[in-house]
Design a protein around this ligand. Structure first.
Ligand code: VG1
Ligand code: CO
Length: 547
């Protein structure tokens, strides 16, 4: 193999602690930019010679071009076998499944997840390690250091490969396998869920509408729902992956899925209202579940899945424990309490769940941002969540809405909402966080708006397995009666800063469960603004997105 060694200069790389490198497509298309980052990954790894690397992406603009480059660089780096999704596609959870099943050294996933795609959109790259999960901070900090010192990269002098074919090819000593992106994943799903039961649910007339949002889950959803489970053709909408996601924003929340939410409103009752709807994001790791007249809050979804997981064959022996990210509502805590299992609270980002899953301390994990998953892979998994819901519906023979309401009756309702302030000037956003940090010690015992503050802190996490500490993960303010507000800065935005405010209140009284969500949270919303001075400091009257 002829290897070219190209001189280059350091780049602004992925900050350790963030989920992959995300930038505008234009930056990724600058000469050497992608190459520098890929070489920085390889330079951070020991013992890759002859091992397997998995490569795939969510199909967004620049996906194929990036994969051509990565194949040549991986061959030059000494990998012995490359597993690449046909068409350059692999959803994030499928990549995790492929890494685990084929004992790969790691994987490179091209995605900026829910961020918009297209020539003017965002692109991203992340590295996953051999357990199938996102690289831990020990690896990402090495990658980051390498991006600051890189002087050259190595690339094999090979022609481009036709990614649309399937099969095995020899790249001068390195074997390249273009694999069916769905097969291993679909097989794994069949090992976890009762496909016969779910299939009978569909044949009895139950109707699902799954919106793949023109992103990577289209081929997965079509195969699993329409082919294997024999749901009617048309169950999957927007099922063809497009480089710009059809101009849409593949973020499964009620704002970006407004049409889907609308389709399940039952007044006036028409004959073609689906029983359930669901959507996934760009790279297939998130999910939104919608019942008739009800969008299931992702935090509630985690709690409900935890309470009912034993109904699916893969979880019939119960759960070892559950884990949720800190800003996720405390609904799952109540379930864990009842089940008598531990509930872990981790910082935002899936990588913190990896150690708990590897050590069998947690079986189910979730985040408020529509990510849920289990020990079957080391990423969150959108389609998995939809299938677990379907398995539960098939067993309980109740509607999504009835299951949610009966859950609230049994456990109380956690009203929950996230208010995002996007593209805020970084200095102003930092000022809000700084102000809160300075005020913290004096807050307990005072009032914010109408609400008495019980305690407040800046969340710090000590990993129970490896003892590593992640500090400054967000400000938590606990008010009386279980209400809470959380403030943190996003690590995934690409324009200015995104400030996220997470709002929660707890209502044990079932007669009050039907209140309007924002109304039920009004006192916490006021308190959060009073204590942070947020609107004044960033000069915004309203959040950009309420979900
Ligand atoms: C967001 C979500 C977080 C999620 C992360 C990656 O991060 O809030 O829960 O883990 O995206 O998800 P942030 O830092 O912007 O709040 V994905 O679907 O992009 O892998
Ligand atoms: Co995602």
């Amino acid at each position: 193999m002829t290897i070219k060694i190209i001189s280059t200069a350091p780049i602004e790389g992925q900050k350790p602690g963030t989920s992959g490198l995300r930038k505008k497509v234009a930056i990724f298309r600058e000469p050497h930019y992608l190459e520098n980052f890929v070489q920085s990954i390889f330079n951070s790894l020991d013992g890759i010679e002859g091992t397997t690397l998995v490569i795939g992406g969510d199909g967004r603009f620049h996906n194929e071009a990036a994969i051509q480059t990565i194949i040549k660089m991986a061959a030059a780096a000494g990998f012995g076998r490359l597993l690449v999704g046909q068409g350059g596609l692999l959803s994030t959870p499928a990549a995790s499944a492929v890494i685990r099943k084929h004992y790969a050294f790691g994987g490179i996933i091209l995605s900026a997840s829910h961020n918009p795609g297209g020539v003017d959109g965002d692109f991203g790259i992340k590295y996953n390690v051999s357990n199938g999960g996102p690289a831990p901070e020990s690896v990402t900090s090495k990658i980051y250091e390498n991006t600051k010192t890189i002087r050259e990269y190595r690339i094999a002098d090979l022609p481009d490969v036709d990614l649309d074919q399937r099969g095995s090819f020899n790249l001068a000593g390195c074997s390249l396998h273009l694999i069916d992106p769905v097969e291993d994943y679909a097989e794994l799903m069949q090992s976890l869920f009762n496909f016969d039961k779910i299939s009978s649910l569909f044949s009895s007339g139950f109707r699902l509408r799954f919106d793949a949002m023109h992103a990577v889950t289209g081929p997965y959803a079509k195969r699993v729902f329409e082919q294997i489970l024999e749901a009617p053709t048309g169950t999957v909408i927007n099922g063809d992956p497009q480089p710009d996601f059809g101009g849409h924003h593949p973020d499964p929340n009620p704002v970006h899925c407004a049409e889907l939410v609308q389709a399940l409103i039952t007044t006036p009752l028409s004959s073609d209202i689906p029983d359930m709807a669901a959507a996934s994001d760009g790279d297939g790791d998130r999910n939104l579940i919608i019942g008739r007249d009800l969008v299931v809050s992702p935090s509630d979804s985690l709690a409900i899945l935890a309470a009912n997981a034993h109904l699916a064959p893969g979880y019939k022996d119960g759960l070892a424990g559950v884990a949720r990210s800190m800003p996720t509502s405390q609904a799952v805590d109540k379930v864990a309490e009842k089940l008598g299992i531990p509930c872990y609270e981790t910082p935002t980002g899936w990588k913190f769940f990896g150690n708990l899953l590897d050590a069998s301390k947690a079986t189910l994990c979730g985040e408020e941002s529509a990510g849920t998953g289990s020990n079957h892979v080391r990423e969150k998994d959108g389609l998995w969540a939809v299938l677990l819901w379907l398995n539960i519906l098939a067993e309980r023979q109740q509607s999504v809405t009835d299951i949610v309401k009966s859950h609230w009756t049994a456990f109380g309702r956690h009203f929950y909402s996230r208010h995002d302030y996007e593209a805020v000037e970084a200095a102003a956003a930092n000022d809000v966080m700084q102000h809160l940090r300075t005020e913290l010690p004096a807050l307990p015992g005072t009032r914010a708006g109408q609400l008495p503050i019980e305690r407040a802190d800046d969340f710090s996490y000590r990993d129970p397995i490896d003892g590593s500490v992640s500090a400054n993960q967000g400000i938590r303010i606990y008010y009386e009666n279980g209400a809470r507000s959380v403030f943190r800065l996003s690590g995934t935005g690409t324009e200015g800063a995104t400030l996220r405010v997470y709002l929660e209140s707890y209502e044990p009284d079932p007669t009050k469960h039907d209140q309007d969500l924002q109304q039920a949270l009004a006192a916490v919303i006021d308190a959060a603004d009073a204590v942070s001075q947020l609107k004044k400091k960033i000069g915004r009257a309203e959040p950009s997105v309420v979900s």
